[in-house]
Design a protein around this ligand. Structure first.
Ligand code: NAG
Ligand code: NAG
Ligand code: NAG
Ligand code: ZN
Length: 413
């Protein structure tokens, strides 16, 4: 306890004296590499071993983050496999500090307070507290919306779910929207909050099904990514090696558990000790099971890549039931967005077009719950800024997803 306090004091003192800010210390010495086109398989293998963090998914190029502890080994293995790499960022901490220095003062920061948080922010990312205030405000002010805590995270934060009750002719069906299961994908929660606002304002004429929204499925990871490690992905499950904490919550669901994931706790795709070992996935599972008979769609929001992904993730060979309908409805979503903002989203299969990933929300909801339409939506951008997406994208990205969702709902209900 005393040691922790002393370390904290030392960290605070160094910041106060204008030395290295605390927030990017975890990324000191990490590099961003661009792998040549054939680097897909090896980067995935290195990710399972905890030597690499695959950031972008594209068939022709691949951006990866390599922790400082793994630079030498990763370089050696790539060389052995004949995969070329180009160093895009020499030191991620310096890169982020510089980026922040340039951005400082260029946008007005938004703020809000308990009982007065009427809108989700349009030009900055909200803290978890601000998200809670917004959700409380939204639900106190509406007869259609109710707020429920599905359970607590590892660090005792609430996993909030908003239920918007249908008042239209579409009663009887429901959709489930999940966001923020990967900590660093900030745009996903921002978009979910704007969807909530739009769904609530749009009542009456359009008539929507019941909507369940979990805008922040991994609050511990999110807060950690906001304060100490901008590239944090997993939850904050304790581990013996502090660099290797956390479980990938989107590999922890109980369907083909372990395929396309890792047994190794240092890996970004560590599957955890067992299926549903994590309080966050347990909470989501139990709540989804309660409403499963009504669910026609489960949409899991992620970033980045601008892709609407359909199952399966666990196998390239197996074709999921309803694949034709999933693709057709997906095409309508994508076309509506193209019409609105000329932003290109692609409809793609997880295992065939990205990489094998199982234990995901999408695969589990499709198979175990039997939901017809399950998707993972990778939001903006296509890799230019990736997870570091500028907040100026929050509103346009939310608007295009809202447009796509409206036509998708018309089609499937
Ligand atoms: C609450 O609802 C009223 C009436 O619909 C609206 O005028 C007001 O702006 C809402 N307040 C908040 C904080 O959303
Ligand atoms: C997109 O625009 C085209 C051309 O105006 C139109 O035919 C089509 O129905 C639109 N699609 C959607 C999904 O809105
Ligand atoms: C729409 O985007 C495409 C590329 O995706 C581009 O070639 C085209 O010029 C854009 N159209 C408009 C009107 O901006
Ligand atoms: Zn993700």
């Amino acid at each position: 306890m005393l040691i922790v306090a002393l370390v904290m004091m030392a960290m605070l003192t160094s910041t106060a004296s204008g030395m290295e800010p605390i927030r990017h210390r975890a990324l000191r010495g990490h590099q961003i590499w661009q792998l040549s086109g054939d680097g897909g398989a090896v980067s995935f293998e290195l990710m399972q071993k905890g030597l690499m963090d695959v950031l972008g998914h594209s068939r022709t190029s691949r951006k990866v983050r390599v922790p400082s502890r793994a630079l030498e080994e990763a370089r050696r293995i790539l060389q052995e496999r004949g995969v070329a790499h180009e160093v895009l960022v020499e030191d991620l901490a310096t890169f982020l500090e510089e980026k922040e220095r340039l951005a400082r003062g260029s946008v007005e920061r938004e703020s809000c307070f308990p009982n007065s948080c009427p809108r989700p922010f349009g030009n900055s990312y909200m803290t978890f507290k601000q998200i809670e205030w917004f959700l409380q405000n939204l639900c106190e002010n509406s007869t259609r919306a109710s707020l429920t805590s599905l359970g607590k995270s590892t660090e005792n934060r609430d996993i909030w779910m908003v239920h918007l009750r249908s008042e239209g002719p579409k009663a009887g069906g429901a959709i489930w929207v999940e966001a923020g299961i990967h900590a660093r994908e900030w745009i996903s929660s921002a978009v979910a909050l704007h969807l909530l606002k739009n769904l609530l304002q749009d009542d009456g004429t359009a008539g929507h099904p019941d909507v369940y929204v979990v805008p922040m499925a991994n609050p511990d990871g999110y807060e950690y990514s906001r304060t100490l490690d901008r590239f944090w992905r997993k939850n904050r499950r304790r581990a013996s090696n502090p660099e290797c904490m956390g479980v990938d919550l989107n590999r922890n669901w109980g369907f083909h558990y372990g395929v396309g994931a890792s047994d190794f706790e240092c890996s970004e795709v560590f599957k955890g000790a067992a299926a549903f070992s994590e309080p966050e996935t347990k909470a989501l599972r139990d709540a989804m099971k309660k409403v499963k008979d009504n669910l026609k769609m489960v949409l899991s929001l992620h970033s980045y890549g601008q892709q609407l992904l359909y199952p399966w993730g666990y196998s390239e060979e197996e074709t999921a039931p309803d694949t034709d309908d999933l693709i057709k409805a997906g095409n309508v979503f994508v076309e509506a967005i193209k019409n609105l903002s000329n932003t290109s989203y692609a409809v793609a299969n997880v295992a065939r077009d990205l990489y094998k990933a199982s234990g995901t929300t999408e695969d589990w909801a499709k198979s175990v719950l039997g939901v017809k339409y399950t998707y993972t939506l990778e939001l903006r951008d296509e890799g230019e800024n990736g997870f570091l997406l500028d907040p100026s994208h929050i509103l346009p990205c939310s608007e295009e997803v809202w447009e796509g969702l409206k036509v998708l709902l018309q089609r499937i209900f």
